[in-house]
Design a binder for this molecule. Structure first.
Ligand code: ADP
Ligand code: ZN
Length: 648
C-alpha cells in the first residue's frame, strides 16, 4: 500500500476516535471563561497552573468552576443557547470543569506576570494535561488497538514471519524461496531430469551463458533474458529450471506468480522489486516464476473485482525489471505456464520472454527413463519391468510417475517386503488411476454380473483385430468403478487408423454386450462405457472425417493443445440443423454397428468368457498370463499396417 494512502487511513481513524471520545466523555472539556473571571479566580487562589501560547491561556482550577454562573445567565436575561448553536453572541450553556481557557485582552496586561507569581500560579512550559493517565488511555487506547489490528492484518497478508524489513511491515518482501547450489543434498542437475530431452537440450545454452556471461556479451551479442517454459502441470518445468541453476552452479529464486498478487494493491509490484533485488545481489542467478499466467494474462480482458489493476501493476513491474537488465548481470528469468495463448503480448516481446521451450508429456521411452530416475534409491525385485509400466501409463506426467514409484514403495513397505515387486507397482497404479479399494457388500449375483461385464471387455480385447492387449482385469470395487479392465497400447499412438478406433468402441461396448448375451437384461453399469464410446464415435464423424455421409468437414472445435479442452466455437455452431441431424445419425450408426459386432463376437467366444468369469470370481484380479490361460485365447492379432508412429 502506498505510504500516503495508509497515512490518510490512520488520520481518519484518529479523527473518528477523537470525536467519539469527546462525545462519550464531554466532562473533561475545558470551560471558556472571560478574562475578568480568570483574574477573579487567580485572586481567590483557585488557579493552580497555566500555559500560555499567543493570546490564549489555558490552565487548571483547584476546584471546578461552572461558567456562566446562574446569576450571569439571569442577568443576560434569557435562556442559554442550545448546545449545538454556533451563534457566539448568545450566552453559551453553563459548563463545569477543572480546566479552563481564556483570551488575553487586546491591550497588554503588564501586571499579569507579577500578579500570577503573587498568587502562586505555576506557569507551565507545556500544555496543561487534561485529566490523568486514564483519560489518555481512553483517548488513545482504541486507536492503538486499531493500529495493532492493522499491523496484524498486514503481517498476515505478507505471509506471517516477515522479518520486518522492506516495504510496509514487510509486506513487500518477495517470499521467494531460495535454493543454493552449494548443498549437494538439494542440488538438482540434468541427471535428475529424464524423458524431456528436447526441452533439456534447449536449456543447455542458458547454462553455458550463466557459467560465463562474458563469453556471450564480449562481442556485443545480447544475452538471453527470459525463457518461457510451456507445458502441462507436472511435466518437470520447475525441475528443469532448478537443474539449469544446479548445472550452472548459481542460486535459484523461485516464486509462484499467484503469490505476488495479494488483495492489497501495490504489494505484488513491491514483491517483484524485492525478488529481483535479491537475485541481483547474488548474480549470476536464476529467477523462476511459476504460473506466470496468473499475472501475465492479456490486459484489458474482463476481470473480476479489484484484482485487475493489481495484476497490471505487478506485470508492469516484471517488465520494468527485465527491461532494466543490461544482460551483463547474468540474471535469467525462467517462467512457466500451461496456457501460453492467454499471455500478454508485452511479455513475449524481444528482450523479455522471447525464448520458448515446450515441455511435452513424456513418450513411452521417456516415461521409462523417468521411472528409472525415481527408482534409483528404491530396491527393486527382479520381476519389475519398468518398460511394461511405461507402456501402461500413457498420458502420465513426470510428477505422476514419481508418485507411482513412491506409492509402490509405500505399498511394499506396508506389505513388509524387502524389495518392491511388479505387483506393487500395478496395485499402486490401480490405486492412483481409480482411487483406493472400496469395501462394498455385493451379492453373489452382483459379483457374477460384474465379472461378466469385465469379462466382456477383456474377451473383445483379445479377439478384435488391432485391439490394445489386455493386461489386467479386476472385479475389486474402487472409487467409482465396480470393476476394471486394463488395456495398454503397444506403443504411444499419435495417429489412429479407423479400424483401431472401431476396435476400441467394440471393446468399450463389450461390458454391456456381455450382460445382454448372458442375462438378456440391461443395467446402469455401462454408463461410463457408453459415454466414452459415444465421444469417440462423435469425434470420428465431426473431427476426423470418417463418415461417408458427412464427409471430410471439421465440425467440432479443435482441442487446445496445452489444456486438453475444446476451445469452443463460441455459441453458434457453424453448421446447419440438417448437418447436426446427420451427424447424430452417423454416430448412432457407428455405435449400433459396434454393439452388434460385440454381441456377435461374445456369442462366438462364449466358452472363453465363461472360463474367464470363473477365474475372476475365484481370484478377483487376473494378470495378462492368467487371462490368456483362463480363456485359452492367443493375444489379439495385430492390424494390417500397424499404427504410424510420428514421434518418440
Ligand atoms: P511442473 O513445474 O511442470 O508442474 P515439476 O517440475 O514441479 O512440474 O514436477 C514435479 C516433480 O515431478 C519433480 O520434482 C520431479 O520429481 C518429477 N518430475 C517431473 N518431470 C520429471 C522428469 N522429466 N524427470 C524426472 N522427474 C520429473
Ligand atoms: Zn464397462
Amino acid at each position: 500500500m502506498p505510504p500516503r494512502k495508509s497515512l490518510a487511513i490512520f488520520a481518519l481513524v484518529f479523527l473518528i476516535n477523537y470525536l467519539l471520545m469527546r462525545f462519550l466523555f464531554p466532562g473533561e472539556q475545558p470551560v471558556t471563561v472571560p478574562y475578568t473571571e480568570f483574574r477573579q479566580q487567580v485572586a481567590v487562589g483557585n488557579v493552580t497552573a497555566l500555559y500560555s501560547r499567543g493570546n490564549t491561556i489555558e490552565g487548571r482550577f483547584r476546584n471546578p468552576v461552572t461558567w456562566p454562573t446562574p446569576e450571569e445567565v439571569k442577568q443576560a436575561g434569557g435562556q442559554p443557547a442550545r448546545p449545538t448553536s454556533l451563534d457566539r453572541r448568545l450566552m453559551p450553556p453553563p459548563k463545569t470543569s477543572a480546566y479552563f481557557n481564556t483570551e488575553l485582552p487586546a491591550f497588554h496586561d503588564r501586571d499579569l506576570e507579577s500578579f500570577l507569581i503573587t498568587h502562586k500560579v505555576e506557569i507551565s512550559a507545556v500544555p496543561i494535561q487534561q485529566g490523568g493517565l486514564w483519560t489518555t488511555l481512553l483517548y488513545f487506547g482504541p486507536a492503538l488497538l486499531i493500529i495493532g489490528f492493522y499491523v496484524w492484518m498486514y503481517r498476515r497478508a505478507a505471509g506471517g514471519a516477515g522479518g520486518g524489513m522492506g516495504g510496509v511491515f514487510g509486506l513487500g518482501r518477495s517470499k521467494a524461496k531460495r535454493y543454493d547450489v552449494g548443498d549437494p543434498a538439494t542440488r538438482v542437475t540434468f541427471n535428475d531430469v529424464a524423458g524431456i530431452d528436447e526441452a533439456e537440450a534447449e536449456l543447455v545454452e542458458i547454462v553455458d551463458f550463466l557459467k560465463a556471461p562474458d563469453k556471450y556479451t564480449r562481442l556485443g551479442g545480447t544475452a538471453p533474458k527470459g525463457v518461457l517454459l510451456i507445458g502441462s502441470p507436472g511435466t518437470g518445468k520447475t525441475l528443469l529450471a532448478k537443474a539449469v541453476a544446479g548445472e550452472a552452479g548459481v542460486p535459484f529464486f523461485s516464486m509462484s506468480a499467484a503469490e505476488f498478487v495479494e488483495m492489497i494493491v501495490g504489494v505484488g509490484a513491491a514483491r517483484v522489486r524485492d525478488l529481483f533485488k535479491q537475485a541481483r545481489e547474488s548474480a549470476p542467478a536464476i529467477i523462476f516464476i511459476d504460473e506466470i499466467d496468473a499475472i501475465g494474462r492479456a490486459r484489458g480482458g474482463v476481470m473480476m473485482g479489484g484484482g485487475h489493476s493489481e495484476q497490471e501493476q505487478t506485470l508492469q513491474q516484471i517488465l520494468t525489471e527485465m527491461d532494466g537488465f543490461t544482460g551483463r548481470e547474468g540474471i535469467i528469468v525462467l517462467a512457466a505456464t500451461n496456457t501460453p495463448d492467454v499471455l500478454d503480448r508485452a511479455l513475449l516481446r524481444p528482450g523479455r520472454f522471447d525464448r520458448r521451450v515446450v515441455v511435452n508429456l513424456p513418450d513411452k521411452a521417456g516415461r521409462e527413463a523417468i521411472l528409472r530416475v525415481h527408482v534409483r534409491k528404491v530396491p527393486l525385485a527382479d520381476d519389475v519391468q519398468l518398460e511394461q509400466l511405461a507402456q501402461a501409463t500413457p498420458g502420465f506426467s513426470g510428477a505422476d510417475l514419481k508418485n507411482l514409484a513412491n506409492e509402490a514403495a509405500l505399498l511394499a513397505a506396508r506389505r513388509s517386503e524387502s524389495a518392491v515387486t511388479h505387483k506393487d507397482f500395478l496395485d499402486a497404479l490401480e490405486k492412483i488411476v481409480l482411487g483406493p479399494e472400496r469395501p462394498l457388500l455385493l451379492t453373489a449375483q452382483d459379483r457374477e454380473r460384474i465379472a461378466y461385464h469385465e469379462g466382456g471387455h477383456a474377451i473383445l480385447g483379445l479377439v478384435v483385430p488391432g485391439a490394445d492387449p489386455v493386461h489386467r482385469v479386476s472385479i475389486v470395487p474402487r472409487g467409482q468403478a465396480l470393476g476394471v479392465t486394463y488395456q495398454r497400447p503397444q506403443t504411444d499412438r499419435y495417429n489412429y487408423p479407423e479400424a483401431y478406433l472401431r476396435a476400441r468402441i467394440i471393446g468399450m461396448l463389450g461390458g454391456r454386450a456381455a450382460e445382454e448375451v448372458v442375462y438378456g437384461t440391461k443395467t446402469t453399469g455401462a454408463e461410463n462405457d457408453i459415454e466414452q464410446a459415444t465421444q469417440l464415435a462423435r469425434n470420428m464423424v465431426t473431427r476426423w472425417g470418417m463418415s461417408e455421409a458427412v464427409g471430410m468437414v471439421q465440425l467440432a472445435p479443435r482441442e487446445n493443445r496445452f489444456l486438453g479442452t475444446g476451445g469452443g466455437f463460441g455459441g453458434d455452431k457453424p453448421f446447419s440443423e440438417q448437418t447436426a441431424a446427420l451427424v447424430d445419425a452417423e454416430v448412432q450408426g457407428i455405435l449400433h454397428g459396434c454393439h452388434e459386432e460385440a454381441k456377435r463376437l461374445l456369442r462366438e467366444h462364449r466358452g472363453a468368457l465363461d472360463g474367464l468369469v470363473s477365474a475372476l470370481l475365484e481370484d478377483e484380479t487376473l494378470s495378462e498370463e492368467e487371462i490368456l490361460k483362463a480363456t485359452g485365447l492367443p493375444p489379439a492379432p495385430q492390424l494390417e499396417g500397424a499404427p504410424i508412429r510420428l514421434a518418440g
